[in-house]
Write a protein that binds this ligand. Structure first.
Ligand code: PTJ
Length: 251
């Protein structure tokens, strides 16, 4: 039991959700490591949705608004962290949900589909495995023809760099959520939301009604520049924290 008044309550709760996800076979064991890396970067951005993430969320919404066949790709970590919100988002934007795993196993796909269905998800793709992402030769290449394969705009939180690159080569617009602005996925995607997926999905839902000028937002969007802003923010923040520690030591 984590006491709600613990100063790290929210973060510890997310850890425990991921841990439980591993125990019940939804999250792959390496999902713990991925989560830990995410936590470290969340620390660096102040565990808040910063301006650069807000702007990326707006760009993501803009692409989702003009999409003809949007798809949300869900893996083990994303499922346990925000299944309910993913289902709500899919309904709002009329997107398909596909369970698409890096460490693919039929058993885990079934568990994740069931988990999403318990939260209200319908017609969830993933088990068919009737298509392949071009240029990848591993289980992670397998996808659904009616989902990722034929989709035009793909939202892939916590994605693998190789696969993101392969999706881009297939001509997809890739929107990712990745706390690490240095990752290959972050650098390859069309829109990289440097923020925690648990904060991003509810914000995407809220912004969907608000955005009325998607074409203008897309026209102005520069992912590389936004990633640089995120990195500059982290560097500036670290220098500031370091200085304030220095002055504390002097007292
Ligand atoms: O369920 P599977 O088999 O599809 O596997 C999923 C994981 C996440 C294990 C797999 O895709 C993987 O190994 O991912 P990576 O290459 O470690 O990348 C995960 C990225 O997500 C890292 O850059 C983390 O910083 C980032 N990340 C982790 N937790 C979060 C996050 N980004 C946003 N929100 C998070 N909560």
């Amino acid at each position: 039991m984590i006491p709600p008044n613990h100063p790290r309550y929210k973060s510890l709760m997310l850890r425990s959700i991921i841990e439980e996800g591993v125990r019940n076979g939804i999250v792959h064991p390496t999902g713990l490591i991925a989560h830990g890396r995410g936590e470290a970067f969340d620390y660096l951005i102040g565990e808040k949705t910063q301006k650069f993430a807000e702007n990326a969320i707006k760009a993501g919404v803009a692409y989702l608004k003009i999409a003809e066949n949007p798809v949300i790709s869900v893996n083990g970590n994303t499922a346990v962290l925000c299944a309910e919100e993913i289902v709500k988002l899919a309904e709002k934007i009329k997107a398909k949900i596909e369970v698409n795993l890096f460490h693919r196993s039929e058993e885990r796909i079934k568990k994740i589909i069931l988990f999403l269905e318990e939260k209200g998800g319908k017609d969830i793709l993933g088990l068919e495995g009737d298509a392949k992402i071009n240029g990848l030769n591993h289980g992670r290449a397998i996808c659904s023809y009616d989902g990722i394969y034929s989709g035009d705009v793909i939202l892939v939180p916590l994605e693998d760099g190789d696969r993101c690159e392969a999706l881009k080569k297939m001509g997809k617009i890739v929107i990712t959520v990745d706390l690490n602005p240095l990752s290959r996925t972050a650098r390859n995607a069309d829109v990289t939301i440097v923020d925690n997926v648990v904060r991003v999905i509810p914000t995407l839902i809220k912004q969907f009604e608000k955005i009325k000028n998607p074409e203008e937002i897309i026209e102005r969007w520069n992912n590389e520049k936004n990633l640089q802003i995120a990195l500059d923010f982290i560097c500036k923040r670290l220098r500031k924290i370091y200085r304030s520690h220095d002055s504390l030591n002097l007292l």
